[in-house]
Design a protein around this ligand. Sequence first.
Ligand code: MF3
Ligand code: CO
Length: 247
Amino acid sequence: MIEIKTPEEIGKMVECGRIVHRVLEETGAAVRPGVSTLDLDALAERIIRSEGAEPSFKGYYGYPATICASVNHEVVHGIPRKDKVLQEGDIISIDVGAKKCGFHGDAARTFPVGKISADAARLIDTCRRSLEAGVAQAVARNRVSDISKAVQTLAESAGYSVVREWVGHGVGRNLHEDPQIPNFDNGKKGPVLEPGMTLAIEPMINVGAFKTEVLEDRWTVVTADRKLSAHFEDSIAVTADGPKVLT
Ligand code: MF3
Ligand code: CO
């Protein structure tokens, strides 16, 4: 069932979204060669707690950290580690959730580490634009599939593949709510969008094939062909005046 939020509840989600956005700005600014993904995790947790919020991911099905830090061919859910040290030319997706006043915000960005290749920069730019294209379809009376198709069309026109096995989701009192939001056309129209729905739209796009695998740590999702992947996510509210980005 899709939970419809009242304007007051969306106001609380604006606050969570502001905190998540702040974490992405500040952790993104700290991304540089020599920094470990555990350093970024500590920074994120410090900011979230200083805002009177809680990390949404820590303890979620036993997840051990505040952020997911996914480097290069890692797609999502990379676990921060002291020995995972960023190097010039890497790309890193930082994904973070914060809970405050009973609601969650969830968002991700992919950042360059120092100077990166033109190919990697184009992947990141395309993923950001595919998120924007998806968000633009988050309009009352559209369907979830309109979001999915917009993301897929933009990413595939640029020559990239779209991850199938992991999808976006509703977000609110729970980190993951209905509906599922695929980033590709799965042949189903999906639910009709209504004002008050709050959605986490999160394209994951690959340089190579769309297939992914989960590593031995049971969290880290990687591309099966170990080619580069990028990930962007925003939490948004569907309103009578169009999509409102919360993060
Ligand atoms: N943004 C990710 C998602 O929606 C974060 C989940 S990581 C977890 O799937 F650790 F919390 F599971
Ligand atoms: Co999410």
